[in-house]
Write a protein that binds this ligand. Structure first.
Ligand SMILES: C[S@@+](CC[C@H](N)C(=O)[O-])C[C@H]1O[C@@H](n2cnc3c(N)ncnc32)[C@H](O)[C@@H]1O
Ligand SMILES: [Zn+2]
Length: 293
């Protein structure tokens, strides 16, 4: 975690400011805790990555393998025992999503050449420079890193520790990543010039996510999705389509950019393995906060 990030992160329990207990440092904070000045909640930083979930036990309850990995990965005994204690408190160990989260990192690394990402970069080239930018569900941070070449300070958040570990492989001094839940994000009331959320609506309840994005963006929102909602018991409750997504953004005070008024069908190819490729056609919307335009 970069030192500058401390100014922007807040406790996800009570929005209190956080202070650091540093247990390992290089050019960044390698290991330690973020401690809430208000409620005292502690968030571990392991391998430069803050895990900003209010309760590590519940975060690890369906990621027990990740818990074991974090114990071995951590160097300081205080962090090791914090993770071990959180693991001990897991009551019902649900299905472990660790292998799936690891596998998606490989898939995203193998898919960065998809035309979808060049379309996104082209769109991003048209945005004016922002002081502060946030990407939700950034996965391995491919788009986030591009954003960091264009804007002053850029953050990416994702619930997958392994995706954020991959994202952290960079030398940008103005870019940081956190493990966090978009619907319980660690930025308090901070406003961003640009907020992006690409291909998340199947995984994060769409209308709740739109509430978050529209509160955070004081200027632009970039959102894309293939509307692939058939996920059985893992499906979100309320789906959207190209029309209702635009309407919901308008309801929240955003104006849809002229170029994205009509649904797009951008090709997004995900290379799952050498015999399985997913070919999506993705919609893309650029919207501007009405108060700004
Ligand atoms: C389909 S992938 C899209 C990745 C990237 N935005 C892209 O388009 O290349 C969805 C990502 O959202 C993350 N995610 C799912 N639910 C989340 C949540 N509640 N909060 C933060 N990230 C979440 C997943 O871990 C995954 O990396
Ligand atoms: Zn707090």
């Amino acid at each position: 975690m970069h030192q500058f990030s401390l100014e922007y992160v807040r406790c996800v329990n009570c929005y209190g400011t956080l202070e650091t207990e540093i247990l390992g440092q290089s050019d960044e904070i390698e290991e330690g805790f973020l401690v809430c000045n208000n409620c005292g909640n502690k968030y571990p930083i392991i391998s430069k990555i803050p895990i900003l979930y209010s309760n590590l036990t519940s975060y690890l309850s369906n990621r027990a393998q990740l818990g074991g990995y974090l114990v071995t990965r951590a160097k300081n005994v205080k962090i090791k025992s914090f993770v071990k204690n959180s693991l001990k408190k897991i009551k019902n160990s649900n299905l472990d999503v660790t292998p799936v989260e690891k596998r998606w990192v490989v898939t995203y690394k193998n898919s960065i050449k998809s035309k979808f990402y060049s379309h996104i970069k082209n769109s991003l080239n048209k945005f004016t420079k922002s002081g502060l930018v946030l990407e939700h569900g950034c996965s391995i941070g491919y788009v986030t890193k591009y954003l960091a070449t264009k804007h002053d300070i850029v953050f990416g958040i994702d619930q997958s520790f392994f995706a954020i570990m991959e994202a952290k492989q960079n030398n940008f001094k103005n870019l940081d990543f956190f493990v966090a839940n978009s619907l319980n994000h660690p930025f308090g009331e901070t406003k961003f010039g640009l907020v992006a959320g690409l291909n998340l609506l199947e995984l994060v309840e769409p209308l709740d996510l739109l509430d978050v994005l529209s509160k955070q963006a004081n200027d632009m929102i970039l959102i894309s999705d293939p509307y692939d909602f058939e996920r059985g018991i893992n499906s979100v409750k309320q789906t959207v389509d190209s029309k209702s997504l635009r309407l919901e953004l308008e309801k929240r005070g955003f104006i849809i950019n002229q170029n994205t008024k009509k649904p797009k069908f951008l090709p997004w190819k995900l290379n799952i393995n050498s015999r399985l490729h997913l070919h999506y056609k993705v919609d893309l919307i650029v919207a501007q906060n009405n108060k700004r335009s």
